[in-house]
Design a protein around this ligand. Structure first.
Ligand code: GDP
Ligand code: CO
Length: 407
């Protein structure tokens, strides 16, 4: 892959947020050697296939799924590069039709045809809740069950990735209509993580466009409204510390992103849809230098956040903007609660909410979970393996011989 290397970034303590750059060439060929050159004023990095592949072998792709269509999920699976381990965390309905059975069935068939391995588990499985309680992540459990939400599904995926001995984790939504886009996202994850100069790195995808059909025509919109709001306040926070206006953050709501497990395990993740923007808030709180860091080893090093604009359009299930905006406002409300949110930003947020006639009290604060670095992975693995909905699909040759077990 040939990818533009950012030459500008904004810094908040140890966190470097790089300018958004572009994919130049999806496939840079077999002959290209690792290289960096300035071409027409742009820094161009060539990441050879072997380097991309070396990261993919150590990466888990978590696919959170909730009632998505079978054909769409199949397309998504087909786009995930072969060497990545797939982890599906489902919250789909099991009554009157057991959608989870359908999902695991298609996952098994896919793995069988492609000779690859995968893990699946259902979020509403009481045994999973039990496994979380036993490993020290009991705060994710409410009653006998794991709390609902995408953030929760992502944490489960990360624990499975760590238990499987991997080093990186990427997230791909199950409702993407374009397998080629999925493929590109994962290649970008791998190229970005390869280029990072620190073990604490994150790559976030910025969509080139989000096409919609309006009046029978295909319209390529650049920004969703929620994205605009989230980015604006995150940038304002950054400006208030650096003293210069900035628009560097363009991926506040990026569902498609990847990070090293070294970084992931130290972060506090939020529940539900607040999860992606909250990652920025937590990076700033923990490593921004405005308050003492619970992880001085990271604060002394660097955290690299890359933002990459991909070539494929982002075509996903349209679930309506309103529901999404409501959910995403959770992260705006958590900014208000953050100890690092200065008064100037707070008053801007309040003004915005008033102008939109949104009652702050009506926005739920997201639940925020402690970092999973202290979770006992062995206990988690032992418990989760025994639970009803857990599936570990082994890599088998066409002859049926098992080559590799995922967990
Ligand atoms: P959007 O694309 O950001 O508007 O959000 P979606 O509603 O498409 O959700 C993103 C992905 O997360 C999709 O693949 C959903 O099926 C999945 N998802 C949403 N909520 C949950 C949940 O509570 N649990 C799980 N496991 N997956 C979820
Ligand atoms: Co979606």
């Amino acid at each position: 892959m040939r990818i533009e290397y950012p030459h500008r970034h904004e810094r908040f303590g140890a966190v470097r947020i790089h300018d958004t750059t572009q994919v130049i060439e999806l496939d840079s060929g077999l002959d290209g050697e690792e290289d960096e050159a300035t071409v027409q004023g742009r820094m161009v990095s060539l990441v050879p296939p072997a380097a991309v592949n070396a990261i993919e072998r150590r990466m888990v792709i978590v696919v959170p799924t909730k009632n998505e269509r079978r054909k769409v999920i199949e397309g998504v699976l087909s786009g995930i590069p072969h060497d990545c381990l797939i982890v599906m965390v489902s919250a789909s309905e099991r009554e009157p039709i057991d959608r989870y059975e359908i999902e695991t069935g298609l996952l098994e068939r896919f793995c069988h045809s492609a000779e690859r391995q995968a893990i699946a588990v259902h979020q509403d499985d009481p045994g999973l809740a039990d496994a979380l309680t036993h490993c020290g992540m009991g705060s994710m459990v409410d009653g006998d069950l794991v709390r609902r939400g995408k953030g929760e599904a992502m944490i489960i995926g990360m624990l499975l990735a760590a238990a499987a001995g991997k080093e990186h984790v990427g997230f791909i939504d199950a409702d993407n209509y374009v397998p080629g886009a999925v493929h590109e996202y994962v290649k970008v994850f791998a190229a970005g993580l390869h280029l990072a100069s620190t073990p604490y790195a994150m790559v976030r995808i910025s969509w080139q466009s989000k096409p919609k059909i309006e009046d029978g025509r295909l319209v390529f919109n650049r920004w969703g409204r929620t994205t605009h709001v989230t980015n604006r306040f995150l940038n304002l926070l950054l400006s208030s510390y650096n003293g210069f206006g900035t628009e560097v953050i363009r991926t506040g709501n990026a569902g498609e992103h990847a990070l090293t497990l070294e970084l992931a395990k130290r972060l506090r993740f939020a529940g539900g849809f607040a999860v992606e923007p909250y990652e920025f808030i937590d990076l700033f709180e923990q490593f921004g230098g405005a308050q003492p860091s619970p992880h001085p080893e990271v604060a002394r090093s660097l955290v690299d956040v890359f933002q990459v604009e991909t070539r494929n359009p982002h075509f996903h299930e349209d679930k309506g903007d309103d529901h999404v905006s409501g959910m995403r406002l959770e992260s705006v409300s958590s900014l208000l609660a953050s100890p690092i949110c200065p008064e100037s930003v707070e008053s801007e947020i309040r003004q915005f909410l008033a102008s939109e006639e949104i009652d702050l009290a009506a926005i739920p604060r997201p639940v925020v979970y402690p970092p999973w670095e202290t979770a006992e992975l062995d206990a988690f693995r032992d418990h989760v393996r025994k639970t009803d909905t857990f599936r570990a699909i082994a890599r088998r040759r066409a002859s049926g011989v098992v080559v590799e077990q995922p967990l």
